[in-house]
Design a protein around this ligand. Structure first.
Ligand code: GDP
Length: 584
């Protein structure tokens, strides 16, 4: 008999999240809290969690071995009354590929509220909305895109309990569907699939289910544990079914939040209003936020002068899961910032100032790269896990790399590919790598433009390869626990090709502009076209006007001739680098 994770968690009296972590230690990868585990694993967990006295005590069971059964039951019943925090509404984020209907779906969901309030229209004024469905509240966060979702997670601000993955039933799974799914999986939240655009003649829900089942989301109707809800956001059809599904999952997750606990709330959005000053939309996780509270919001602070709900109406307090826009803070905070209550304005100011000092300190120390050791030293796990984000130039090469990696023997280290996609290494990959402590591996692709800066800022480790054998070899060494690649490359600079000239006997010369760093003669160079490596060679000639020069720095133009490569095009990026021996 199989049992769902949240049911087992309930039975054992531990949070579902903890159970998922325990399962991971046992090598069982759980997609969502609805996932099932077999009887054997369940028994193992029962044993494990009972064996630990602290957990057993938390659990309330087994601590009174000598008591009569009746007493134990009373003790348990008493606990659920007293110790368990009250239920809280689920916080839902809608994600999916662009144009698959996220905005339209959120609008349709909000319209259900209009009917309830029997008013002519609603103005949604903050980045979240509360929907009342059959007497139960559901909080929807305005879709920020999966990058922002993961950015929040990277900062420790997980407010989402459930992700609704929207897939247009006529188009099926698209690159951003996969990205969104992987971001949601990495966050360990429950996932519900909304099959949208069911009104379209080309709608083919079975195909979508097949595609997503291959990625671990097996539909309930096929014996799996993922709920798929067919909807038409534009016609408002299936919306109630979706809300039902959310309520069901929320019940199963048994979400709780103590309104009396110390305040823990997170900023999800902020803005500067001409009249009201800095405003921040926050979602409360625990405790209650009230007008008049003194709060520290990261590096800023203030006394809450007024609060507004999602309809823009003034409110005096907000409890667990509830969103509110707060007025009275000194500055506009970043999304993901923690909001905490303190006793006085002076204390708030003092803490905010010290937070600011801390931040400055951090910025001054140029951030160290996540070392491979750091990536591998996942604290409590018995076996370190190498989390990988794989990017390749084509679907074919991606598959080849994946297959080769899956065949690798696991040694000291386990491998977990948390995302694999086609295309240049993007900001989204970097943010996911940061949040999941992952290594980014590029095959025939590189990061482009501002992503390079982000990689540096966040200190993410990126390894890129041109030869599959090298890639696999390095990964094999990593899995054996040999963490040092032998050579490291240092990128010197980039130049953009603005024009090309054919020069007799020399070939093609590129008129370039150095966008960052410097270009050096005889330097190794990679030619990038939309982030894909089209050639790797070295710089044969480097000229400023008519003169040969040794190097050209940022902000200057130059003429570049490449060794053995003449198919250079306008818009190509030249990435110049050197190879250094890694100091062990
Ligand atoms: P988003 O980018 O995911 O937020 O997508 P939008 O909500 O902006 O929708 C993209 C387009 O698809 C818009 O033109 C919508 O009108 C259309 N659309 C959304 N939902 C449906 C639906 O259920 N049926 C049909 N036929 N079109 C839809």
């Amino acid at each position: 008999m199989k049992i769902r994770v949240y049911q087992l968690a309930k039975e054992l009296g531990v949070p579902s999240k903890q159970l998922v972590e325990e399962l991971k230690k046992l090598g069982v990868d759980i997609v969502s809290y609805q996932s099932t585990v077999d009887e054997e694993t369940a028994d193992l967990l029962r044993e494990l969690l009972k064996a630990e006295p602290s957990k057993a005590a938390e659990n309330g069971k087994e601590s009174k071995v000598e008591s009569t059964e009746e007493e134990t039951v009373t003790a348990e019943a008493g606990k659920s009354e007293k110790e368990l925090a009250p239920k809280r509404p689920p916080v839902v984020t809608v994600m999916g590929h662009v144009d698959h209907g996220k905005t339209t779906l959120l609008d349709a969901i909000r319209r259900t509220r209009v009917a309830e309030r029997e008013v002519g229209g609603i103005t949604q004024s903050i980045g979240a909305s509360v929907v009342n469905y059959k007497g139960q509240k559901i909080v929807f966060i305005d879709t920020p895109g999966h990058e922002a979702f993961t950015e929040m997670r990277a900062r420790g601000a997980m407010v989402t309990d459930i992700v609704v993955l929207v897939v247009a039933a006529d188009e099926g799974v698209m690159p951003q569907t996969i990205e969104a799914l992987n971001h949601a999986k990495a966050a360990g939240v429950a996932i519900i699939v909304a099959l949208n655009k069911m009104d379209r003649p080309g709608a083919n829900p079975d195909r979508v289910m097949n595609q997503l089942a291959a990625m671990g989301l097996i539909p309930e109707s096929w014996g799996g544990d993922t709920i798929y809800v067919p909807v038409s956001a534009i016609k408002g059809e299936g919306i109630e079914d979706l809300l039902e599904a959310i309520i069901l999952i929320a019940d199963l997750l048994d979400l709780r939040g103590d309104p009396e606990a110390p305040l823990k709330a997170y900023v999800i959005e902020s803005r500067l209003d001409k009249g009201k000053g800095p405003l921040a939309t926050v979602v409360v996780r625990e405790g209650t936020l009230r007008v008049g509270d003194f709060v520290v919001v990261g590096t800023t602070y203030g006394k809450i002068r007024a609060m507004f709900d999602d309809k823009g109406d003034p409110i005096s307090s907000a409890g667990p899961s509830m969103p509110a826009e707060i007025m009275g803070i000194q500055d506009v905070p970043e999304a993901g910032t923690l909001v905490q209550r303190v006793d006085s304005l002076e204390e708030a100011e003092r803490i905010a100032k010290s937070n600011l000092d801390l931040q400055r300190d951090k910025q001054q120390k140029t951030r160290k790269e996540f070392s491979l050791e750091e990536i591998l030293s996942s604290s409590e796990e018995e076996k370190p896990v190498l989390n990988l984000i794989l990017k390749a130039d084509t679907a074919g090469s991606l598959e080849a790399v994946q297959n080769a990696l899956l065949k690798l023997e696991k040694g000291e280290v386990d491998m977990n590919i948390i995302h694999a996609g086609v295309g240049a290494i993007s900001d989204g990959d970097v943010i996911l790598a940061e949040a999941s402590k992952a290594l980014i591996v590029g095959f025939n692709v590189r990061p482009v433009g501002k992503t390079n800066k982000l990689i540096e800022e966040k200190g993410i480790k990126v390894l890129t390869y041109r030869i599959i054998y090298d890639l696999v070899d390095d990964m094999a060494n990593l899995l054996k626990g040999l963490v040092k690649p032998k050579e490291v490359e240092v990128v010197l600079g980039h130049a953009e090709v603005r024009r090309t000239f054919k020069v007799p006997r020399v070939g093609t010369v590129a008129g370039c502009y150095v966008t960052d760093g410097k270009i050096v003669r005889n330097g190794r160079v990679r030619v990038l076209r939309n982030g894909v490596i089209v050639a790797e060679t070295s710089i044969g000639s480097l000229k400023r006007f008519k003169d040969d020069v040794r190097e050209v720095v940022q902000g200057f133009e130059c003429g570049v001739g490449l060794e053995n490569f003449h198919d250079i095009k306008e818009g190509d990026i030249l990435e110049v680098y050197t190879i250094q021996e890694e100091v062990a």
